[in-house]
Design a protein around this ligand. Structure first.
Ligand SMILES: Cc1cc2nc3c(=O)[nH]c(=O)nc-3n(C[C@H](O)[C@H](O)[C@H](O)COP(=O)(O)OP(=O)(O)OC[C@H]3O[C@@H](n4cnc5c(N)ncnc54)[C@H](O)[C@@H]3O)c2cc1C
Length: 478
């Protein structure tokens, strides 16, 4: 065991958790990173197994004037789980039980460390699933989904995480335990549940979540449409929705994405096309077949090439395998990538896409685009090789230019990955000082001393930065 610089904190935590408090170099290094390129270092890592242990950790942290940071699977892409200010990490990996499935009321109570896909796998044979399906769903946790209000391909029709969470048990930053929301359809009072969802760990630690169960659709159709020009693909996206149809999913890939995905999964993606749309329709069989005809006729008015309708579930899964493995497939061209996340009005997709290509060229980077086109959520991937000297500076500069272009087009900073550390200092691009001060006041209502995930989301950080700012390690992020 290492000698801790703060023996009392370690001893106090060990008196509750025993060897589930980790202070080894390897683990502290591991928990210093998430899915972003950012990096920090926690003071200690705790692996609680229940709410009471989380409550005691928070209390001990307060006694030692030490911030804490809730962590799920560490797949976040905005640095939300990257430690700054020497926090104690509260990792929920061992709180991974599905506690109760109530089919009659279509609610399941789960612990925050349950993995998104594990929940759906458990529910599917019973005729239900958890609708938010981030592309990382095999590994990301429900607690992380709640904290980031995560989306996914099927959130176009079904809504993002907030629409699927009825209530949350939370250990507040003062160490008390409370329930936000309830199972009634219209709970009285302020929607504090809604406030907590998307708060990125800055308002406490979610220890139990009541998620809503979505029935599996009786019929599903998946179509792959290819276009000789990316502009026609993007115009089709808007036209499908203008025709009154909200597909379950409406995803787009550009030429470079099609090429690498096809080489990776051999799903029969048309490599000669400039763009493809992956469209999924679900519901009652008659409505789904009608939807297929609407998509077909809209696409034909926009110079579609081929329209492939998956004949069976196997073909459908193959088409989705391409989309869901797109990020991993980037390794075929470069060993590293930076995945961006902005939202623009659907009608501005092409304009911003063209800017993305120009920005990537200007910074000598490769841009690949795979995105939730239906809701205007752009995901430019900048592929690079971290062994190249100075490349990360170019990647960050290009990222900032992409965010600026999106905001100039009427978009916002993040569609689903959150603000975290990555975009904290971009908040001023979108919000006035007064807006941010008001958001700070809301945060302070939950956490007046700034113990919960300090120095994230809001640049001012209010009392968070006053209390813990001196602990920020130099060069933790660029
Ligand atoms: C390949 C890839 C694809 C992705 N695709 C998508 C996608 O399609 N859609 C999408 O929205 N995101 C996507 N993501 C991003 C990421 O997977 C999601 O944001 C996910 O919800 C994070 O979950 P996590 O368990 O990994 O959280 P972490 O990364 O561990 O934490 C994320 C944030 O949540 C907070 N947090 C975690 N647990 C708790 C808790 N119990 N209580 C309070 N706060 C908590 C943390 O403090 C942090 O701020 C993708 C990531 C990768 C790597």
């Amino acid at each position: 065991m290492q000698i801790s610089p703060d023996g009392n904190l370690l001893d106090d935590l060990r008196s509750v958790l025993g060897d589930r408090v980790r202070d080894g170099d390897f683990e502290l290094g591991l928990y210093g990173k998430d899915g972003s390129v950012l990096e920090g270092r926690p003071s200690l890592v705790c692996l609680p197994v229940n709410t009471d242990e989380v409550r005691q950790i928070v209390k001990i942290c307060r006694e030692h004037d030490r911030p804490f940071l809730a962590r799920g699977s560490g797949t976040g892409l905005a640095g939300g789980a990257v430690p700054v200010g020497d926090p104690v990490i509260i990792a929920t990996a061992k709180m991974n039980q599905i506690l109760e499935v109530d089919l009659e009321n279509r609610i399941a109570w789960v612990e925050p460390g349950v993995l998104n896909l594990d929940l759906t796998k458990e529910l599917t044979p019973q005729g239900f699933h958890f609708a938010p399906d981030p592309s990382s769903q095999q590994v990301c946790s429900i607690g992380g989904n709640v904290a980031n209000n995560s989306g996914g391909p099927h959130c176009l029709a079904y809504g993002v995480t907030s629409a699927h969470v009825a209530a949350i048990e939370v250990v507040l930053p003062d160490g008390s335990v409370t329930l936000l929301g309830d199972l009634a359809a219209e709970p009285p009072g302020y929607d504090l549940r809604g406030l907590f969802v998307g708060s990125e760990g800055t308002m406490g630690v979610a220890t139990k979540v009541a998620v809503r169960l979505t029935p599996n659709p009786p019929a599903v159709r998946t179509l792959l449409l290819d276009f000789p020009d990316v502009r026609d693909g993007a115009a089709t996206v808007s036209a499908i929705i203008a025709a009154g149809l909200i597909p379950a999913a409406l995803e787009m890939m550009d030429k470079r994405a099609i090429e690498i995905v096809e080489a990776f999964v051999n799903a029969g993606y048309p490599t000669e096309a400039d763009a493809v749309l992956l469209v999924e329709l679900d519901g009652l069989p008659g409505g789904v077949e009608h939807g297929v005809e609407v998509v077909r006729s809209v696409a034909e008015r926009h110079q579609v090439g081929n329209i492939r309708v998956a004949a069976d579930n196997e073909e459908r899964e193959l088409l989705w395998k391409g989309r869901k493995n797109a990020f991993g497939a980037v390794a075929r061209i470069k060993p590293d990538y930076y995945l961006h996340d902005t939202v623009v009005p659907r009608g501005k997709l092409v304009e911003v896409l063209e800017k993305v290509y120009k920005i990537a060229d200007a910074y000598d980077l490769i841009a690949v685009n795979v995105f939730h086109a239906g809701d205007g959520n752009l995901h430019p991937i900048l592929a690079y090789d971290s062994d190249e000297k100075g490349v990360l500076e170019r990647v960050h500069a290009a990222g900032r230019a992409i965010v600026t272009a999106s905001i100039e087009a009427g978009g916002v900073l993040s569609g689903e990955h959150g603000i975290g550390l990555e975009k904290r200092d971009y908040m001023g691009m979108l919000f006035s000082a007064h807006d941010m001060a008001t958001q700070d006041l809301v945060r302070e209502a939950f956490d007046p001393e700034g113990f919960a995930n300090p120095l994230k989301v809001l640049p001012s950080g209010s009392r968070c930065s006053d209390s813990f700012g001196q602990h920020v390690p130099d060069g933790a992020w660029v």
